[in-house]
Structure formats: C-alpha cells, structure tokens
Ligand binder design. Structure first.
Ligand code: ATP
Ligand code: MG
Length: 410
C-alpha cells in the first residue's frame, strides 16, 4: 500500500536535542526510525507533544547496541514486544521495533517483527494514532489518519469488531480519543462494535481500565461521550454501579478550567458510601484516592442556603479537601448555574478562612478544678460542641459554669 506523505511545518521540537540526537543515531546505517503515535497526532494539531515514542526497523538488540554506543542508557522495558527505553539526557523515549500481531487473546499479543511500516501501522488502534513522522518533518500515512485528523473523525484501523476482539482496551481508547479529538458524532461502526463486544470489557485488568477511564473523564467531550457509553450499558462490565452521566455533565460545567478526574468519577458513579469501596477495588485506586472518595461518602455537602456559619462548621468537621469535594458535588447536584455567586463564594471559604484550633486544653480544665479521669475528656467534648455552636467562640462565662457543665457532661 502506498503512503500519503505530508510536510509538517513548525515542529521545532523534532529538531531539538535530545530527541534529534536519538533519531540521528537510530535512523542511519541501514535502519530507519520515526516518531509515531500520539506525538505525531498532537503535533499535527499544533500541540507540542509531552511524550515521544519512536518506531524503528532495527531489532531490539540493535537498538540497545546503538543507544549504548552513543553513551546513553538502554532499559529493556518490553523486549518480547520489541520495546527498549532509551534514556537520553535523563529523558526517556520508548523505542519499539516495527511489528505485527501474530496472536491475540483480547488482552495480550504475540508479535513478529517486520521491516514494513504499513504492517506496523495496521496493528495500531485508531487511524489518527497510526501516523509516523521522520526526522526530516515528513508525515507518513498508511491508514487514512491525516484525513481523519483534519475532519475530526475517530475510527478504527480496519474492522472495528476485529480490532476490539484483539484487545478490548481499544473500546475504551475509542471513546477516550473520541471525547478528546472528534468533532462530529461517534463513529457508528466503532460504536456498534463496542456494544456487540461489551462483555469483553469485564476481562480487562483494573489498572488498564483505571488509566483509560480517568483520562476519558477529563477529556473535552467527556460528558456527552460518557452519556453515550452509559446509554449502551458499557459501564456495568467496567466498574459496576449505576452511572449518572447528567451529574457528571453538570460537574463538568463547573470544573471545566481544572477538571479533576477523581471528582468526576465520584460525580458519575458514587451515590452512596459503599460505592467508594466498589470503585476502590474495581479500579485499584491508591490509598490516597480511596480515602478521598470515602470522605465524600454519600455526599451531603454544605449549601449556601444554610449560610456561612453552617459552612464554617462543615469545613471544620470535614477538612479542606472533603469540604471542597462535597460542596462541588452538591453544587452540581443542585443544578445551580456555574456563575452562581452564592456557590462560588462558599467554595472560596476554604481559601479565605482557616478553622481555629479549639482553645481549651485538658491542662486548663485540671487547673480550674475538674477532677482527673474520664470527666476531663467528656467536658472537653461538651465544651467543643458549645464552641462550635457558638461559631467558634465560647460564652464569656464558661469558666464560672464549669462545675455545672461537668455535671451535665456526666
Ligand atoms: P496519549 O496522548 O494519551 O499518550 P497516545 O496515542 O500516545 O496518546 P499511547 O497509549 O501512549 O497513546 O500509545 C502510543 C501509540 O501506540 C498509540 O498512538 C497507538 O498507535 C498505539 N497503541 C497504544 N495502545 C494500543 C492498543 N491497545 N491497540 C493498538 N494500538 C495501540
Ligand atoms: Mg503517548
């Protein structure tokens, strides 16, 4: 198959070190090397790629030899799949030998190396991810990715159904890249294949689902894409629970400037406390992420209608993060618009007000004559409640009332 080529303009990053040095070492003496995948796609869209992957005709041993001969480090990341990580000036680049999939089981593939660029392109997932960029700035397209990128079309290379069967993760990647790059409606063939192959999603590892899903949730078109997925029953085999795409959409209208994947996950899929546990195990969340969802619990956030004193109390009890999380979710739940002054002002409370420390200590109570023992703790708790109800201040006469307070605490 002949390739369409296109001269990429303004890709200064391609000519800069250390990438240019690495490409020069790999792309000579009978071997070719080109940037591939996301970096090419992003560069064509005018974005500077963060992560640059390289494809090469050289076998992995030859890649290692060249990298080491240049004085760089070569890490054998996935030799069986042809991947070596070259670390040049402390920057890692994944260099992968051109390959085709010989055998697939829906998750892993047995591969054979090839020297044919078109063959390597055919084993990739989406046309917009199947492009190559050589160091002279030429983009090489064997799969129609250039036209699709220009038209904002996200679709599989070849038969959508076959490609999904080879690797079910591609279903998620299809929706994620649609949410990120597509301009029109979802590709009907890909969508139909995703539904037909829905059951395969349950076979994916928690780690892979987690990585894809969290990226999908913060993509520009996440709300509508997630709604389409939910309507097709695609979340049940992935994470269980009952998805609430409309709540996600309302949150996305509030947090568009700084989307937060975990909070969006909670908006979509956490209604009651038990959901936090389910998400933790289904997505193998970190301790820190799981604690954050647990603190959101079954929601119930501060509300501007209750006034600032109530919000101060909530901030004191919940801490900053859970206060913000619950407030943002409650705002989304309420349906109040993103420019609602009441909600917005309450959200800034955590920045403009730091809860004071409860000022009374056990030592002071003892000095005031409270007998040692459990009564000290009980009186402290009773005083703290009084202090909270008084908007972080105690009545002026609390010391003289201490014996009576103590007897009530008892
Ligand atoms: P991102 O910006 O999210 O990193 P990317 O396109 O670089 O996007 P990667 O996951 O880094 O995505 O993968 C690099 C390339 O490898 C992809 O562009 C695609 O060509 C290929 N690829 C990755 N995962 C798959 C897969 N599951 N099936 C087929 N090809 C894949
Ligand atoms: Mg990438």
């Amino acid at each position: 198959m002949s390739a369409e080529t296109f001269e990429l303009q303004g890709a200064g990053w391609l000519k800069r070190r250390p990438l240019a040095d690495l490409l020069a070492a790999l792309d000579r003496d009978g071997e070719e090397a080109r940037v591939n995948g996301g970096a090419v796609r992003d560069a064509l869209l005018g974005l500077t790629p963060l992560d640059v992957d390289i494809a090469t005709t050289a076998l992995p041993e030859e890649t290692v030899r060249r990298v080491e001969a240049a004085g760089w480090k070569a890490v054998p990341t996935g030799l069986a799949h042809g991947t070596v990580t070259a670390v040049v000036d402390r920057r890692p680049f994944e260099v992968t030998t051109l390959r085709r999939d010989v055998e697939t089981d829906g998750r892993r593939a047995v591969v054979a190396f090839t020297r044919d660029w078109a063959e390597d392109a055919m084993r990739r997932d989406l046309t917009i991810n199947g492009l190559y960029l050589s160091r002279d700035g030429q983009v090489h397209d064997h799969v129609g990715g250039l036209a699709d990128l220009r038209a904002g079309r996200v679709r599989f290379i070849g038969s959508a159904r076959d490609r999904i069967r080879e690797d079910y993760l591609r279903t998620l990647r299809f929706f994620r890249f649609h949410a990120r790059f597509a301009r029109g409606p979802i590709d009907p063939e890909g969508f139909a294949a995703a539904i037909a192959e829905r059951d395969g999603l349950a076979r994916l590892s928690a780690e892979r689902v987690r990585a894809e899903l969290l990226k999908l949730l913060v993509a520009p078109r996440a709300p509508e894409t997630v709604a389409v997925m939910a309507g097709a029953g695609l979340f049940a085999p992935l994470i269980g629970g009952v998805p609430r795409p409309s709540r996600l959409a309302r949150l996305a209208a509030l947090d568009a400037d700084a989307p937060d994947a975990l909070l969006r996950l909670a908006a979509l899929n956490q209604v009651v406390r038990e959901d936090a546990e389910r998400l933790k195990s289904r997505l193998r969340l970190s301790r820190r992420e799981a604690d954050r969802l647990a603190a959101i619990g079954d929601g119930g956030g501060p509300d501007p209608a209750d006034g600032e004193q109530a919000a101060r109390l909530a901030l004191y009890c919940l801490g900053r993060e859970a206060f913000r999380d619950r407030l943002t979710l409650a705002w989304a739940e309420s349906g109040a618009p993103p420019d609602s002054a009441g909600w917005r002002s309450l959200l800034t409370l955590a920045d403009r007000w730091t809860p004071p420390k409860f000022p009374v200590t056990a030592r002071e109570l003892l000095a005031l004559g409270t007998p040692e023992g459990p009564l000290v703790g009980e009186t402290l708790r009773c005083l703290e409640e009084l202090w909270l109800l008084g908007d972080f201040s105690l009545p002026g006469n609390w010391r003289s009332l201490l014996p009576d307070l103590c007897s009530r605490a008892r």
